[in-house]
Design a protein around this ligand. Sequence first.
Ligand SMILES: [Zn+2]
Ligand SMILES: [Zn+2]
Length: 362
Amino acid sequence: MRMAKDYYKILGVDKNASDEDIKKAFRKLAHQHHPDKQSGNAEKFKEINEANQVLSDKTKRQQYDQYGSDFVQGNHGGGGGGGNPFGGAGGFDFGNAEDLGDLFGGFGDMFGFGGGSRSKKQQGADVVVDAEITIQEAAFGTEKKFNLNKLGKCDVCSGSGGAPHSKITDCKTCGGRGQVKRIQNTILGAMQSVATCSDCHGSGKIPEKRCSKCDGTGTHKRHEDLKINIPAGIDDGQTIRVTGHGEAAPYHGASGDLYIRIHVKEDKNLHRDGEDIHSDVHISYPRAVLGGEAKTHTLEGVVTIKIPEGIQSGELIRLKGKGVTKRGGARGDHYVRVTVDVPKKISRAAKKLLEELDEELD
Ligand SMILES: [Zn+2]
Ligand SMILES: [Zn+2]
């Protein structure tokens, strides 16, 4: 299990820090460690950026406070493997909550970038949805359908922003770079700044004729049906990140991510503890003494289990490999807690038998 990162510590703020405190701390540290500066440190900068991305976002911060940094990084300890939400190999794709590109773009105005190799394209918003699943679906994995109403790629121009058959050319204003440079005179001397080109909105491309459906943005609100594989072993409160399935970004920008928050419904017969499942079984006093069979609920439905002779109330019977699917396909165990019922009222005949037994035991 990897250590959760303490984002508050990374930014040097305390847990009750206001949004303003976090912003200030982030700006200060980002200045200090920006890789373009002599004192810069790319690793440190990345870490600061990651911390800020979580703590400056109300929802992510709340989840982080509740679940720790694992909520975006997957807390299924152990090495790689697993299935991504679309069924291939690879992890859950909780991804790394990093997006240096965006930050470089954001800081472009402050530091300038020699060569202007990067343009600040727009970034699509992240989308968060909730999914309620049963304890069985969580244990074995399932497929869920989502109908999302979000900013998606324009279905007429496929996101290009150009009218059908219209040519797309490099933006003349910025020479296709998406950015324009400016020299400003400041008290610190001449400072070069880089701004997003206002003609092409940072995309570097201009259609000869704009698409009429999306007015050249390449996006519009639309419904999207999405099927997502919920991986086996997922637990209540975990979040799946599906990269690139958030809202589309106008003007050729990168799409945001989709976050699926998992809620596992309470089950009245089964209780989960990590990768193990617990259930109860009630047996009579004679059955406890003599052994025999009893029925209990499991992830696979009601099954008959063997009760060994002389079992005590409160003892656990282990059903090996009948728990939750772990990474790699093995399963946790199922524990059945035995309760021996002592009846308050019994028949005259039963009472007679017990009295005889009582005498025998004396
Ligand atoms: Zn369009
Ligand atoms: Zn331009």
